[in-house]
Design a protein around this ligand. Structure first.
Ligand SMILES: [Zn+2]
Length: 413
């Protein structure tokens, strides 16, 4: 049995360390404080008896659990990130532990009247009777992704303490700066040396993900001509009206608020403008590669159309791809998803397979040659004060890791 109190204490000790990342910084890690937890993790990995424990100049922590079987088994890895989002403060996290949750409102902060209620967050209902860790209403919790780190650490310790469980070589990696989209950037895939890996960074119990968006960002720059309004006839060109045409020419229903599942969208995230110049910022998202390319082309065509209409080069567009759907890298090795699914079923967790409407570090890693589906870490309501995690979900995620190690070795007997 995995020790529940030990796991909980470990988790609490991690969330109390502030590791917020910062998108405006160019360094890796983006904030100095991320070293605090990174260094602690190095010490702990050594303490529990992991081998080849290393930390590089960018704070990527890696370690090995050597195989305890004679046969050749592919090296598998587990990955999670220790930074927390810049969107909400992670300073002085003061977790509250609710034992035997009664299914009712949880008062996070009496003074500020902040309540975590199943009326609004229906997911809470499925955790009646469980132990829930919440915030005190003033910070995020950091279960994203310190739950993942806790689970990997606990699973490795469990495998070391229970050598009768047979497994191949396992690699683990804890990364900085995932929340600012840079967790995979300086990940040394060759050094990691795993054939495939799993990020423990999903949300509710059962989640298993291997599809995500293809993503691009577009900046549309519209040039006008500012002239004194009193003498502007046939001279002024108001860039804001051209911007309006541009915006209205894109399909209005293909936006985040009108789409779900595997439907893609254009998202206008910012408008800044005056008569002389208007700048539109978009993000483009689509699970399907062909549709994704078509969306980008649609925007470029629209630019040409407007330019020819105004008989000048008044609109310019710059489109940058951000990340791609990992599905095309995972499908050729679907057995790694099957294994995760089997591992969940064997420990009594019902797998929930669904496409991510976002990206993961695993997607970037998959394109760097390390196929990397995403498994639940157990938390809910990430990136804000209503974040919580049931300890039972963390225990199950830990069991899934242990089972995955076992099943992978069995498969190659
Ligand atoms: Zn995360």
């Amino acid at each position: 049995m995995i020790n529940k109190d030990r796991l909980l204490n470990k988790f609490i000790s991690y969330v109390k360390i502030d590791t917020q990342s910062d998108p405006t910084s160019d360094s890796t890690p983006s904030t100095e404080k991320q070293w605090d937890l990174a260094n602690k993790l190095v010490e702990e990995l050594k303490e529990i008896g992991m081998q080849e424990v290393s930390i590089d100049e960018n704070a990527y922590v890696m370690a090995t659990l050597p195989a305890n079987v004679a046969q050749k088994v592919p090296v598998i890895g587990f990955v999670s990130h220790f930074d927390t989002t810049p969107d909400f403060t992670g300073t002085n996290v003061n977790p509250q532990i609710i034992h035997d949750y009664d299914g009712k409102d949880i008062v996070l902060n009496q003074e500020k009247d902040i309540v975590l209620s199943p009326d609004y967050f229906e997911d809470l209902e499925q955790y009646k009777g469980q132990t829930i860790v919440t915030t005190d209403g003033t910070t995020l919790l950091g279960a994203d992704d310190k739950a993942g780190i806790t689970e990997i650490m606990t699973a490795m310790e469990y495998l070391i303490d229970n050598p009768e469980i047979r497994h191949g070589k396992i690699r683990v990696c804890f990364t900085p700066d995932e929340e600012i989209g840079r967790g995979a950037h300086k990940f040394d895939v060759d050094k990691f040396g795993a054939e495939w890996a799993y990020t423990m960074d999903g949300s509710q119990i059962g989640e298993l993900e291997y599809e995500n968006f293809n993503a691009a960002g577009a900046v549309v720059r519209i040039e006008g001509k500012s002239v004194h309004p009193g003498y502007a006839k046939d001279k002024m060109v108001n860039s804001m009206y051209i911007a309006q045409d541009f915006i209205n020419s894109l399909p209005r229903l293909e936006t985040p608020e009108h789409t779900e599942g595997i439907q893609g969208f254009f998202h206008l995230s910012s408008i800044k403008g005056d008569v002389e110049e208007t700048v539109l910022e978009y993000i483009i998202r689509d699970h399907d590669k062909k549709h994704f390319e078509a969306r980008k082309q649609m925007m470029r065509d629209l630019v040409s159309e407007i330019c020819s209409q105004y008989e000048r080069d008044c609109v310019k567009i710059e489109i940058k791809d951000q990340y791609y759907n990992m599905k095309e890298k995972i499908e050729p090795v679907m057995h790694i998803v099957d294994l995760a699914q089997n591992a969940m079923e064997e420990v009594g967790v019902k797998p929930i397979l669904k496409p991510i409407r976002g990206g993961t570090d695993g997607a970037q890693l998959s394109f760097k040659g390390l196929p990397c589906p995403n498994i639940f870490a157990g938390g809910h309501n990430f990136h804000g004060k209503y974040e919580y995690v049931p300890v039972e979900s963390m225990l199950k995620a830990t069991e899934v890791i242990v089972k995955l190690a076992e099943l992978t070795a069995k498969k190659y007997e």
